[in-house]
Ligand binder design. Structure first.
Ligand code: NBP
Length: 477
């Protein structure tokens, strides 16, 4: 046996990561359910390095040095369970199975527990960066037993993206921690994309800019604090011309956004954990609204009234700057909420997650990679117990500098009838955090009225109940 790592599941992600391992000098055993993909990889890219072609799972496992390390890159869900079962039957105590697919973290917790009982290590590893990242350096978020990282870490770190000499890969925490963190990463990605979309919408509908002009604004922004992969590709997408019609491609693409599920998972998990991830939730719902074709067609056909609309902004430079500030502030809120969810997940599952480590490994390789992540890392390095990212001095100042712009954008969009669910909900969240008194006191009163759910008082400790259907005196609960 001579292979240091095996990859099974050779569709686009698996092939690219196998080539990445090979290019870094590792001997890679290859396996796929249908041999055609294995042969295609060797035929097209055999020159990338040293590959061992195998057909059966037994052959595949036999090709690996001990402790054996196998990376599974198949479709998440039942396919992953099937592949794990086949591999586990052929592997031995101490061997390591890594699931690099987009697994739901609760599945990873279940799989890890079951394989641990059989003496195998199971590592649920979030891998971000799409096809390009898999080939040239993804961000890798491996969970699972810490001891398995000793053997696996150097191998994974050798193929990960590198920023300032630091690999974008670190041991995240036990069992499902890696996939949980990857899930929240994807949720944040949804929020980021939605906010960029709202900015574009305002440029188009409030300022009347065409796609090319908006592309130029994004290119300019990419040289400043917003510098990021998503801003960069936004400019490229907006600049793309459709070969058939000569129009900007974005103007011929159907405006119904699809989703594969990780954003939805993030919001479901946040609901269970009780964390308000309004930025991510609005992004998931905005995609769903865009895809509500029946309702949208009916609403348009019936010409739902807009009411009396306000005037469009006349100072283009000022409103452009306002949009930039609104985008930046809303982005800070979305990340703050995502990191709150990570802290809550860490507490719920005893994962001891380190926010600064996550910011570090998200600086490169992954879809949300950005300058901004350096600021997040600095914020948590300075204070690991920050109650909210919004309260870190750098982010607080950024929001306070842009707050007037942020309010102007939300108000203007509202008066123009342009939907900005991300900008508006993030601003409401921010104002909610600031508020001295929230209407939740009334909610508590109502709950006590109809359900005797009790309330706390501002002036003394304890739980209280008012005898609403009696003499309305107050009793201690
Ligand atoms: P797919 O998600 O399209 O999966 C295709 C692979 O799964 C093929 O190798 C296929 O084998 C194998 N497979 C299936 Br389907 N059912 C199987 C079964 N019952 N037993 C064994 N193998 C089975 O591939 P992908 O897009 O490369 O993604 C791989 C993983 O990486 C997924 O979990 C995905 O969510 C995750 N991911 C993808 C991206 C991305 O940008 N695409 C990014 C990050 C993570 P066959 O060739 O024999 O049909």
């Amino acid at each position: 046996a001579r292979a240091q790592i095996g990859v099974t599941g050779l569709a686009v992600m698996g092939s690219n990561i196998a080539r990445n391992f090979a290019r870094h000098g590792h001997t890679v055993a290859l396996h796929n359910r249908s041999v055609a993909k294995t042969d295609a990889l060797i035929a097209e890219h055999g020159g990338d390095g040293d590959f061992v072609r195998t057909e059966t799972v037994e052959e595949f496992v036999a090709a690996l040095q001990k402790p054996r390390r196998v990376l599974i890159m198949v479709k998440a869900g039942e396919a992953t369970d099937a592949v794990i079962e086949e591999l586990a039957a052929a592997m031995e105590t101490g061997d390591i199975i890594i699931d690099g697919g987009n697994a739901l973290y609760t599945d990873t917790i279940r799989r890890e527990a079951s394989l641990r009982e059989r003496g195998l290590h199971f590592v649920g590893a979030g891998i971000s960066g799409g096809e390009e990242g898999a080939l040239n350096g993804p961000s890798i978020m491996p969970g699972g037993p810490k001891e398995s990282y000793e053997s696996l870490g150097p191998l994974l770190e050798s193929v990960a993206a590198v920023v300032d000499g630091t690999p974008c890969c670190t041991h995240i925490g036990p069992d499902g921690a890696g996939h949980f963190v990857k899930m929240v990463h994807n949720g944040i990605e949804y929020a980021d994309m939605q906010l960029i979309g709202e900015a574009y919408n305002l440029f188009r509908d409030a300022l009347g800019l065409d796609a090319g002009q908006v592309a130029d604004v994004f290119t300019e922004w990419n040289a400043g604090t917003l510098e990021s992969y998503l801003i960069e590709i936004t400019a490229e997408v907006l600049r793309q011309k459709d070969a058939k019609t000569g129009q900007p491609l974005v103007d011929v693409i159907v405006d119904a956004a699809e989703q594969k599920g990780t954003g939805r998972w993030t919001v479901k998990s946040a609901l269970d954990l009780g964390v308000p991830v309004t930025g991510i939730a609005e992004a998931v719902f905005a995609r769903a609204l865009s895809g509500s074709r029946t309702q949208r067609a009916a609403a348009q056909a019936q010409g739902l009234a807009a009411g009396t609309l306000g005037d469009k902004p006349t100072d283009v430079a000022q409103f452009t700057e306002d949009i930039r500030a609104a985008l930046y502030a809303s982005k800070i809120v979305a990340y703050a909420q995502g990191f709150d969810q990570i802290a809550a997940g860490s507490a719920e599952y005893n994962w001891d997650l380190k926010p600064a480590d996550l910011a570090t490994i998200w600086r490169g390789g992954c879809i949300i990679r950005a300058q901004f992540l350096n600021r997040i890392k600095e914020a948590y390095d300075a204070d690991a117990t920050l109650p909210s990212l919004i309260l870190a001095p750098y982010f607080r100042e950024a929001i306070e500098t842009g707050i007037d712009s942020w309010r102007r954008v939300v108000a203007t969009a509202t008066m123009l009838g342009i939907p900005v669910p991300g900008f508006a909900s993030s601003l409401s969240y921010y104002d909610g955090l600031r508020a001295e008194r929230l209407p939740a006191a009334l909610t508590q009163g109502q709950r006590d009225f109809f359900g005797a759910h009790t309330y706390e008082r501002t002036d003394r400790p304890g739980k209280f109940h008012t005898l609403w259907s009696g003499d309305r005196s107050e009793v201690e609960a």
